[in-house]
Ligand binder design. Sequence first.
Ligand code: NAD
Length: 504
Amino acid sequence: MNTPVEALATVPMWIAGKPVVPAGARMGEVYNPATGAVARLVPYADAATVDAAVQAAAAALPAWRDAPPLRRARVMQKFLQLMQEHQKELAALATAEHGKTLPDALGSVQRGIEVIEFACGIPHLLKGEYSENVGSGVDCHTVRQPVGVCAGITPFNFPAMVPLWMFPVAIACGNTFMLKPSEKVPSCSVRMAELFRQAGLPDGVLNVVHGDKEAVDAILAHPGVSAVSFVGSTPIARHIYETCARNGKRVQALGGAKNHAVVLPDADIEFTADALIGAGYGSAGERCMAISAVVAVGAAADPLVALLKKKAEAIKIGAGTTEGVDMGPLVSAVHRDKVKGYVDLGVKEGARLVVDGREFVVKGHENGFFLGTTLFDNVKPAMGIYKDEIFGPVLIVLRVKTLEEAIALVNSNPYANGTAIFTESGGAARRFENEIQVGMVGVNVPIPVPVAYYSFGGWKNSLFGDLHVHGTEGVKFYTRTKVVTTRWPHQDTPAPGFNMPTLG
Ligand code: NAD
């Protein structure tokens, strides 16, 4: 039974250290994907609300920018502690709005918390360089200064982790921040902002606005926003990148993916099949690093497909809160129907349907957004189910004859987020690692997500911009280098002359 609208809780925005529900705001619905019911409402920001958040961030900037990095790091340490204490609560919020299983949600919050751990040590990475006597009596040094008010726009599939890729790094570097999480999963971001305030973060340093295209367009147009980090689908990432470039903003825009796993005949097939099942169907395939295309080389194909079939059929599907469940529902009815449409398309295109998840129903959750696991074999590169990112529990197998053919196939795909090779051959793995044109590569590791002190990002249509997120590239993105050249008069050094100097 659906709750009457007036009884639903509203997820507020978070501006200048306070929860805010702007009067007369357009309201959106937040679903519980396991039941299909509307669970909460969320107000959508218009340009005026975005402006209020930017003003709050701008007002907080001078003091936060000039706070000693160690003082900022101490607030970060306290935030780290609170996040650890509230990890289960945040995971439960992610499960409630996204649908993924609780253990998976807990792991994703953990990966986000690791970025906070990294951010606690950022003072070390803010140090500049110094050279004495670059000219006679002339010294030179660099400083890394914050960029200003930064914005983050994030997708539905990691309600806590992807925002955590951004705001702890930006804030530790001395910036202030405005986060626009996915309107489908708004609660984690607001809860994290509350905890950060409790940790001692001054009001206005972190703000959260909700909304859709209207809010995003207001962020991209706002002259007070200096840098934008985006994670989401490729068409929107491209739009964000182009608009920010036009508007003179620093931008990193991470897009969609089609991640290939190349399986050589010498691979341990049981180990590989287990790895691919987790990477293909975990979180219902709604991970940007999910393996969605298996490239089986030569004799690997037949035994691999047989094992994948057996294991895909054995996956336990149910509500993310039910113990022992491997895979939850998809995020929305619209997305579930879109994924189902791709299974229809694959059949029409002539791929071999090995496991069909279209008619799957979870008893007691008939209105939930569930779909069973689907496996296709004999998929060809020209098919839509190969070319498009499906972002659901659909794994496809393409068959090739050689490693060269596999590498050429992966390199001709416009997406280039992650990839993996499964083999026992060091030579084959080294060649793959060297020749593959993809941002993150696994060797017998299906989801090679870098830890927080490395940087995360793809190539080609999976990332628009130059710098990846978190790690040292994140620090580069959220800081600007200034080079200072110094000479002090009355030191027996020549005064500046008319011509460019020829001697040091
Ligand atoms: P999405 O692109 O639909 O939405 C992402 C964000 O953009 C949301 O905050 C949304 O409100 C906003 N948005 C949506 N439409 C917009 C529009 N027309 N104009 C301006 N803003 C708009 O993505 P999603 O469905 O939330 O997330 C899934 C996608 O994200 C997948 O493609 C997945 O591969 C990708 N993703 C990529 C990474 C990565 O690291 N590369 C990580 C996670 C997710």
